[in-house]
Design a protein around this ligand. Structure first.
Ligand SMILES: Cc1cc2nc3c(=O)[nH]c(=O)nc-3n(C[C@H](O)[C@H](O)[C@H](O)COP(=O)(O)O)c2cc1C
Length: 143
């Protein structure tokens, strides 16, 4: 079964809500979604068809874990995979752009632009999240 892994961090839950919306779309498209809040442990991505990474923007930057996961053995796991960034923001949403650049640095096949969502997603924004999840599965199926 097609598998998408979502790795995320959040300060106040909004990015988690974005992830939940994306997952609804992935599952509606017939694929499996695995959600992992990043807590420092190694995440095995060997059987993932795509990896989505989410972070809110704080002080124009993603959360610090974004600097770690694209390095070392964990970072090697991203190479060559389909990827996309997502995250909630309040002003500039620079985290999604920064994650997208990190993904390009790991030679991922990146869906660009990713999915920056303002604040806590309401029903309309959740629909955007679902559509994004479905688009990720379409991209996997096109390969
Ligand atoms: C201290 C602080 C700094 C922030 N800095 C930014 C910022 O530089 N750019 C931005 O777009 N949003 C900024 N925000 C807004 C957050 O990105 C926004 O509240 C987001 O919904 C938080 O997502 P989360 O619930 O997943 O942590 C900031 C919020 C706080 C509390």
């Amino acid at each position: 079964m097609t598998k998408v892994v979502l790795i995320y961090g959040t300060g106040s839950g909004n990015t988690e809500r974005v992830a939940m919306g994306i997952i609804e779309g992935i599952e509606a498209a017939g694929a499996e979604a695995v959600l992992k809040k990043y807590e420092g442990d190694f995440i095995d991505l060997s059987d993932a068809d795509a990896v989505l990474v989410g972070s809110p923007t704080y002080n124009t930057k993603p959360m610090p874990f974004i600097n770690n996961i694209f390095e070392g053995e964990q970072g090697d796991q991203f190479d060559g995979k389909i990827g996309a960034a997502f995250g909630s923001f309040g002003r500039d949403g620079k985290a999604v752009m920064a994650i997208t650049e990190k993904m390009k640095g790991r030679s991922m096949d990146v869906i660009d632009p990713g999915l920056p969502i303002f604040a806590r997603p309401d029903e309309g924004k959740l629909e955007e999240c679902r559509k994004f999840g479905m688009d990720v599965v379409s991209k996997i199926n096109e390969k």
